[in-house]
Design a protein around this ligand. Sequence first.
Ligand code: ADP
Ligand code: MG
Length: 727
Amino acid sequence: MSKIRFKALHDVQHRPAVTFESLGRPSSLFKSNVFGEQAMRQFLSKSTIDSVQTAIRKGDNIDRITADAIATGMKSWALDKGATHYTHWFQPLTGATAEKHDAFFEITTDGHVIDKFDGGQLAQQEPDASSFPNGGIRNTFEARGYTAWDPTSPAFIYDNTLCIPTVFVAYTGEALDYKTPLLKALNTIDQAATAVAQYFNKNVNKVTATLGWEQEFFLIDASLAAARPDLMLTGRTLLGHAAAKGQQLDDHYFGSIPIRVLAYLKELEQECLLLGIPLKTRHNEVAPNQFEMAPIFEEANLAVDHNALLMDVMQKVAQRHHFKVLFHEKPFENINGSGKHNNWSLATDTGVNLLSPGSTPMKNLQFLTFFVNTIKAVHEHEALLRASIASAGNDYRLGANEAPPAIISVFIGSQLTQVLDELEKVTDGKLSPQEKTDLKLNVIGKIPEILLDNTDRNRTSPFAFTGNKFEFRAVGATANCANPMTVLNAIVAQQLIAFKKEVDALIDNKDMKKDDAIFNILREYIKDSKKIRFEGDGYGASWEKEAKKRKLSNNKTTVSALEARISKSTVALFESLGIMNNVEIQARYEIELEEYVKRIQIESRVLGDVARNHIIPTALRYQNVLIDNVRGLKEIYGEDFTAFAKAQTTIIKSISDYTASINSLITEMINARKEANALDLKDKAGNYAAKVKPFFEQIRRDCDKLELLVEDELWPLPKYRELLFVN
Ligand code: ADP
Ligand code: MG
């Protein structure tokens, strides 16, 4: 009998219920462990708070005296809360979060013990940076990078450690993380969108990009997961026959949450509230053992940090509840994968959501301006947007028997399609008073404030307008949102800058009224960007054909998608906006290609090992059982034994065929790897995608056939039905 699998199944059945201790009402816990406004008021002087807030609002640096004052207050607060250590908390290009803890505890030269934390320690730390990916920016000889405080994301305490959100940069100045370019992109869109919003309201002084993510994941019992080397090392199942029952009954979606899972989610929510992550929604997803958590949306940089923090906290709390969280985009074949929808909008400091239709024609002209500019931006940079969500894991999801496809398109719903169709017809040049009145009354005046039609209609679009925000749905569940958010905010910023220039030119040179000029430019944008709009079902071959006609990119692998990362238009975009320079752009491209190679390489090795060390020996053991049986039959029945051994001999032969096939496929796959490894990075990645990865499916097919043949008691790996239906 296969010991680990059955021990794991036994474990699951005898799990003690994990008790969960509620610390109080959610609203009373919220931000208890965050050095936010309330804590600041208690521990900082009014003038210090004022300088921090001004610096945050204007994006200025904080001077050393203020930093010292903040550090002193932060330290008292943290010690009060029982913190013993502090760390700069950052997001290197591995996509995960990184931290290096130092104790407050220090011994002075005259032997006294003190708790020390000053402005210098708050502002800067030097983790040994040589082991983080840098894409050749910094070789290990000059392995000097530093982290610098990001005052726009408040410090928090987790596990008795004061965590200070920071950027991570090389001493030569290049960004080594996701946050640095994100902050620059957010600053750029603030300026660009504020300038455009001032056409409609002079009092707007700041525009904030908002993000509300929806995190999907699978929860698998920890013992069952530990019995699967593929889950432990790659986060997904590389083999496993489909369970007789999958998601076809749709009986999991929004169903009642299993007891153990609910206990886990409740404790998780409590931890998150303490950390200021405003989780609001939890529900079952489409696939069995798949769930989703979503917060109230926040300023984009904070939301990105909160998502990265959530993913970390999720794994930690899961350990207590004997679960393993799978964030992989496609942990199970033939079962829905996991995404992380990025809901995005723009909000003014006057309290207006710029992507929300309003109650007056003027408000709606503002809405249409931002709406159309966003569509145009996606049209110009669809390939880059696709690249921003490219990863080895997401390749298994995008367009692979599952929506959304790898083709980026925008869904806006029938009502807004009609509005854009009308706007496309407006007169070239100055509009007559009659036409303008007509437009206001019958077109833009008629956009309802709430677009019911849009909320949930099209689930297959990768980029959908959902009433008062765009929802970028192609983002993978493991992704760090900073990457797509940097791209999205940068392309919209670039577009808004161009828009303002064009409108101003019409006002200045053609003596047009402001709204005439706006109508004229929007009309052109609507025409130019038509091909990115798609209202149909993005799932299937007919859209692929149509998209090809429209010359939209359809990059099915990360390797081809990433090309757009270093295209001329991308370099021009980031350089002109000062978000990244060419060195940083090239470095990221390399890092992402390398990561792709490594992921596929690891999957390939694990698959080879599991197939040779687990599957083939198990199959042969069962074959021996059958051979013994046939031998016995022969002893009893002599030459007549064949009449009694039909099933056995057929299975004996099948086992030989499948094991031989698996064995030779593995050898071929290893050779393909060797060949790929000898090439330079780009060809290597190309070879891994085209020559190594295709073996996965073939090897898996043979292994899965064996799973159906071999006696259940001998099978070593927890089966799909156990992984998906036991909780
Ligand atoms: P669903 O998409 O499931 O129908 P909602 O539309 O209520 O649900 O919201 C989904 C997500 O969108 C939530 O995380 C929410 O915080 C976020 N969201 C709502 N409004 C905005 C906005 N203006 N900007 C960014 N995110 C938003
Ligand atoms: Mg949604």
